[in-house]
Design a protein around this ligand. Structure first.
Ligand code: SAH
Ligand code: SF4
Length: 432
């Protein structure tokens, strides 16, 4: 989602006549789009601010902005902590950025006073970046269909930095996707914190499966449509049916489970149990037997016992994920879990992290090895960095594939026979 936001903000500035510089040196405006989900991501941003101070000393005209979730979370405190920052702009205010930069530049003329701007007041407004046509890629496109979240998972800061759930109007989404179809895009990814509850609060009665149907009808030239993220509680039969029946919808489901222990899930306020999750997986597999399944997992949530952790290990074996993002719990200020003591020592979190990673790697490897000999459709994206005659692409299930070709195949959908596996990547030969 941040990636699409960055692209949209770039688009707004390009429309105003700005150009992109290859590096930060020499830029007149530097905007840092930020994430607050884990402390690690925040510390990385704080760590980079010292460098900006130097750039500002070299070029006093430089405008430095912190945008996105950290801007929403820390607001004006950024100015106190880092006086070199000129702009702090939250996710709901992003479409104001070109005007805010103009204001900062105008206010600076002839005065030595600082001219900073803080814009974090539109947290719950309608999604405001609807009509930005700029795309950084020619084949793959990200399309935001909703923003914010009405769940309150106790570890998660998203509802506080992105606000309540708001769905974008279907006409606006369809207009954007029809345009992508006309421009030859081949892979569209719908984005939202919880896409399965799409439609809440809209005048028109529509759910996520209904939106998928409308997109299939309006833009049938796009061969691949995918989406993230689905909350297990809101992923229903209608979704699995749509995945089975609509040709453009890819057989890939990212369904974050977070833990395999019901006690931990309850403390996380996830509103599902491990068994319920596994039933959902069964239903998905019936609808899409060849489909891929990925997830997010957190280890070391407050009070997680060895037994709880073994529950997660067991769920990972049962669910047979193709891959998983595995995170160590990171306490986030302002979230309900801050009331619980972060009692799992750092080394123990790291140990559980490693154990789960290596289990998931072996599960994923076996799944990938079972694809050897099969022929799959691959959308090629780019040349590999090491070898100009080899190209990287993705299957419909979003598995990474590397294959050789004597010609440029970027942007092409081709049949590939899988011949081997290297880590998480499939190796293959293009079928002539
Ligand atoms: N809306 C999505 C994504 C939320 S953030 C969803 O509901 O799945 C992406 C992932 O970051 C989460 O799924 C979770 O696994 C992880 N995450 C969120 N907050 C975290 C925290 N405080 N510590 C560690 N991981 C966290
Ligand atoms: Fe965060 Fe839970 Fe909402 Fe996902 S569903 S964004 S984890 S509160």
């Amino acid at each position: 989602m941040n990636e699409r936001d960055s692209e949209a903000v770039s688009g707004l500035l390009l429309e105003k006549g700005y150009t992109q510089t290859p590096s930060m040196d020499g830029a007149d405006v530097i905007l840092v789009n930020t994430c607050s989900v884990r402390d690690h991501a925040e510390q990385k941003v704080f760590g980079r601010l010292g460098h900006f101070k130097k750039l500002k000393e070299e070029n006093p005209r430089l405008v430095i902005g912190i945008i996105g979730c950290m801007a929403q979370e820390h607001g004006g405190n950024f100015f106190k902590r880092n006086p070199e920052i000129d702009l702090v702009c939250g996710p709901g205010n992003l479409n104001q950025i070109p005007d805010l930069i103009d204001e900062i530049k105008t206010a600076r003329v002839g005065t030595k006073a600082r001219a900073s701007r803080l814009a974090v007041d539109k947290l719950n407004d309608e999604y405001g970046l609807d009509n930005v046509r700029y795309r950084s890629d020619k084949t793959k496109a990200l399309v935001t269909i909703m923003t914010g979240c009405d769940h309150r998972c106790t570890y998660c800061i998203v509802p506080y930095t992105r606000g309540d759930e708001r769905s974008r109007r279907p006409e606006s989404i369809l207009r954007e996707i029809k345009d992508l179809d006309a421009r030859g895009f081949k892979d569209v990814m719908l984005l939202g914190q919880n896409v399965n509850s799409y439609g809440k609060g809209l005048e028109e009665k529509i759910d996520f499966a209904g939106l998928l149907e409308k997109i299939q009808e309006a833009a049938p030239g796009i061969p691949r449509l995918r989406f993230i993220t689905s909350h297990p509680k809101d992923a229903h039969t209608r979704l699995f049916q749509a995945m089975r029946d609509l040709p453009m919808v890819c057989e890939h489901l990212h369904l974050p489970v977070q833990s395999g222990s019901d006690l931990v899930l309850r403390r996380m306020k996830r509103e599902h149990t491990a068994d319920w999750y596994l039933k959902q997986v069964e239903e998905y597999r019936r609808a899409a037997p060849e489909g891929t399944l990925t997830t997010d997992l957190i280890v070391g949530f407050p009070g997680e016992t060895d037994k709880d952790f073994l529950g997660t290990m067991s769920l990972v074996e049962k669910a047979q994920f193709d891959s998983a993002f595995i995170f160590q719990y990171s306490p986030r200020p302002g979230t309900p879990a801050m009331k619980l003591r972060d009692d799992i020592p750092r080394e123990e979190k790291a140990r559980r992290h490693q154990a789960l990673l290596s289990l998931q790697r072996s599960v994923g490897l076996k799944k990938n090895q079972s694809m050897i000999g099969k022929t799959v459709e691959v959308l090629f994206e780019s040349r590999t960095r090491k070898d100009g005659a080899r190209f990287v692409g993705r299957t419909r299930g979003y598995k990474r594939v590397v294959g050789g070709a004597g010609r440029d195949v970027t942007g092409k959908l081709l049949s590939v026979r899988i011949t081997g596996v290297a880590d998480e990547t499939l190796l293959g030969e293009i079928v002539p």
